[in-house]
Design a protein around this ligand. Structure first.
Ligand code: TA6
Length: 286
């Protein structure tokens, strides 16, 4: 169905009786609601739904690079492009009856194409799977970085903990991307954070005290994780971000950044992220 500014909006719905829903603009998930219809993703009230500006929130796909590499556009072109429905998708394992297959082709004549499946699972889980195959006929390898830049909606960032990244090494984007080692406790937040955690476990948990809710990320083929909150000062510099919205969001992003992925001709990479939101009895300060 037609969405904002002509961007095709697609809606995935959960099974009968469930209010689970996923909204998509192109390859960009902009809403994920649980069985009770509660919104689980953050999208700024000032988000711009008009390419080439990426929508501020939801799950932008950063591809084929992460970050700004000089003249290349920040976080790659994928999140600013129009995607199309893939009528001949490759096999994607899914136990969901509610899914959509999309394809990103940078241009008609370009041989490269990147299939992507978004599925709403039986319990309202959200599954994203992306495939990248090197179809270069000239024998050249294809190297890329990747991230599902996920904006989670939280009640109050000062009462959120992240578990699963303790003791890991990370690059700190706020300290010249220098490498540090995380301390042994769960992460808590009281100022701007912009860290790329390296070779993280498959499972990462984000505990929201007030909502008594835990987001669980399970990822395959995507070794790193970026944690980002702009906090107040940085938020004020972003025209598509409300001044106090930083209190109600946290980005925890499944990413392949430290070691970009290189595919020889004919080789394929598959990345998969499964998100769930479960009730939790976490008490802050535990
Ligand atoms: O996810 C971390 C990050 O790379 C931050 O450095 C910040 O730039 C954020 O992405 C948002 O980037 P964007 O281009 O969407 O404004």
């Amino acid at each position: 169905c037609k969405g904002i500014n002509g961007l095709d909006k697609v809606v995935l719905r959960g099974p009968r009786g469930s209010s689970a829903e996923v909204y998509l603009y192109g390859g960009h998930v902009t809403s994920w609601r649980n069985d009770h219809g509660e919104e689980l993703l953050f999208v700024s009230s000032k988000a711009i739904f008009k390419p080439p500006k990426a929508i501020r929130g939801g799950i932008p796909i950063c591809f084929p690079q992460f970050g700004s590499h000089g003249s290349l556009e920040q976080h790659g072109f994928a999140r600013n492009k129009f995607w199309s429905i893939d009528i001949d998708p490759p096999p994607f394992p899914t136990n969901s009856k509610s899914f959509i297959d999309l394809i990103l082709k940078p241009s008609e004549e370009d041989m490269q194409k990147w299939p992507h499946r978004i599925a709403l699972g039986p319990g309202g889980d959200l599954m994203l799977t992306s495939r990248v195959r090197n179809t270069n006929a000239d024998g050249k390898p294809f190297t890329f970085a990747f991230a599902y830049h996920t904006y989670f909606s939280v009640s109050d960032i000062s009462e959120v903990r992240v578990e699963g990244l303790e003791t890991l090494d990370y690059f700190d984007n706020l300290q010249n991307k220098e490498r540090f080692t995380e301390q042994g406790d769960a992460l808590t937040f009281e100022s701007e954070v912009d860290k790329i955690y390296l070779s993280t476990p498959t499972k990462i948990a984000i505990l929201d005290h007030e909502k008594k809710r835990t987001f669980v990320l399970r990822k395959e083929g995507i070794p790193d994780a970026v944690v980002w909150n702009p906090w107040d000062k940085k938020a004020k510099t972003m025209t598509d971000f409300g001044d106090d919205e930083y209190m109600h969001m946290l980005c925890v992003e499944a990413a392949a950044v430290e070691k970009p992925i290189t595919l020889k001709p004919g080789e394929e990479w598959k990345g998969r992220l499964e998100l769930s939101a479960v009730p939790s009895s976490y008490c802050s300060g535990q």
